[in-house]
Design a protein around this ligand. Structure first.
Ligand code: CA2
Length: 148
């Protein structure tokens, strides 16, 4: 059984740690990648860490996870609130999805309150900062260990 997890980050998340520290903290995306790599080792997972500003590229990566990845951990960034295409790709992948947001989107502007992804995700984490990525991967480990 695969223990590979696609950790996919959407648009502008490459800017993490460079602006808006009050909302997103000081850690860079490279720091988040390192956090995911450490967590993967602890839970015997293999992480493929990716970021794209291009929706079609992200959709291709999601399609490629089908039949290959045990889970997709996704911070869809602003696509959360706009993209039926990302949701459809995630559904078509037939891979369990955990949605992660660094900030608490429900405490922010009303346009961030709706997610096209949450309705098809097995779990949603928001407001835990970058620690949310660790929590998501720990949950993947837990789910896989349960399956045996
Ligand atoms: O809280 C999150 O993780 C979000 O997914 C981040 C998205 C936002 O559109 C969602 O509503 C919530 C934005 C990502 C942009 O990240 C930046 C980080 C630093 C500087 C500029 C952008």
């Amino acid at each position: 059984m695969s223990r590979t997890v696609l950790v996919l980050n959407g648009p502008n998340l490459n800017m993490l740690g460079t602006r808006e520290p009050a909302t997103y903290g000081h850690e860079t995306l490279a720091d988040v990648c390192a956090l995911c790599a450490r967590t993967a080792v602890e839970h015997d997972l293999v992480v493929e860490f990716r970021q794209s500003n291009h929706e079609g590229e992200a959709i291709d990566w999601i399609h490629q996870a089908r039949g290959r990845c045990a889970a997709i951990v996704i911070n869809p960034g602003a696509w959360t609130h706009t993209s039926i295409a990302i949701r459809d790709a995630l559904t078509a992948s037939d891979v369990p999805v955990i949605e992660v947001h660094i900030s608490n989107v429900h405490a922010r502007e009303s346009f961030r309150h709706h997610s096209y992804i949450s309705g098809m995700a097995v779990a949603v984490l928001c407001g835990f900062g970058t620690h949310g990525y660790r929590l998501a991967l720990e949950h993947v480990g837990h789910l896989l260990n349960k399956k045996g």
